[in-house]
Design a protein around this ligand. Structure first.
Ligand code: HEC
Ligand code: HEC
Ligand code: HEC
Ligand code: HEC
Length: 161
């Protein structure tokens, strides 16, 4: 055979050998087919345990009942029932033992994440009750007038004046 054919051939074979050797070192021992089907069970077995050990940050409102029973009952009976406490107060992992208080966010932007009116094509409207930030009671925090745990109610502060 001609040199110009053999040279790339040897190069290709050499490359293959390098890859096979590198594979021996780089592929983890527990990588392979674990289970019956090839489609979903071709993975690293240790990965399953790693995800089980992954620390959960959001605990769900069931975990708040013990200490904030009133708040949970109020939220459950409100139009905000579908929203998790931690959507507004952040992940509760470690609270109250390591993290004494969870953040309380009163900024307008916090509510506007969901309630900002958006431009839809064909003048369609969102089904979620929405307001225009630029015209709706500007420069005041929403919670001065709306109770976050039950937005149907008026907060005591506003009633006072
Ligand atoms: C074992 C009891 C316990 C559990 C469970 C618990 N909390 Fe608390 N939480 C407390 C205590 C104690 C405080 C500090 C005293 C206070 O202001 O009520 C606190 C404070 C807070 C505060 C700040 C209140 C403030 O005035 O600054 C928020 C917000 C809060 N918790 C939300 C939650 C949420 C959401 C959950 C569930 C994911 C939760 N907590 C679970 C006991 C608990
Ligand atoms: C829609 C956002 C939102 C959700 C959902 C929400 N909170 Fe709050 N929370 C707030 C805001 C805003 C304040 C501050 C209210 C104020 O200053 O009038 C607050 C205040 C608090 C406080 C301290 C002040 C107080 O009113 O006693 C606690 C404790 C608390 N929330 C717990 C909870 C728990 C428990 C849940 C779930 C059952 C929850 N929150 C769900 C937004 C929310
Ligand atoms: C994660 C999304 C989300 C966030 C954040 C949120 N809301 Fe809501 N809000 C909703 C949904 C969903 C409804 C109920 C829609 C329905 O059932 O018609 C609602 C309903 C309301 C209503 C109408 C209540 C009624 O009379 O029916 C008001 C007012 C309101 N929210 C105020 C607030 C305020 C103030 C905040 C900030 C503290 C806030 N929302 C944060 C999703 C959100
Ligand atoms: C000064 C008091 C005040 C402030 C501040 C305020 N609102 Fe309102 N909001 C009202 C009043 C009053 C209404 C009208 C209630 C009605 O018509 O039943 C209303 C209506 C709404 C509605 C429509 C409820 C429905 O049933 O369709 C939403 C949503 C809402 N506000 C969200 C917000 C958000 C989000 C903020 C902060 C960005 C905010 N509001 C700030 C007083 C206030």
């Amino acid at each position: 055979m001609k040199w110009h054919v053999l040279r790339p051939l040897w190069l290709a074979i050499g490359l293959l050998v390098v890859i096979l050797i590198a594979r021996q070192f780089l592929v983890p021992d527990d990588f392979g087919v674990h289970g019956e089907s090839f489609t979903y069970n071709f993975h690293r077995l240790g990965n399953v345990q790693e995800w089980k050990d992954f620390p959960v940050k959001h605990l769900g409102r069931e975990s708040c009942v013990e200490c904030h029973e009133e708040k949970v009952a109020m939220l459950d009976a409100s139009p905000h029932a579908a929203i998790e406490c931690e959507n507004c107060h952040g992940p509760a992992v470690g609270h109250p033992d390591d993290v004494e208080l969870l953040p309380i966010e009163r900024a307008r932007e916090h509510c506007l994440r969901c309630h900002q009116s958006l431009e839809y094509p064909n003048n369609a409207r969102s089904e979620l009750p929405n307001i225009r930030n630029s015209t709706h009671k500007r420069r005041r925090e929403c919670v001065v007038c709306h109770v976050p745990h039950d937005p149907r109610e008026k907060p005591a502060r506003e009633k006072r004046g």
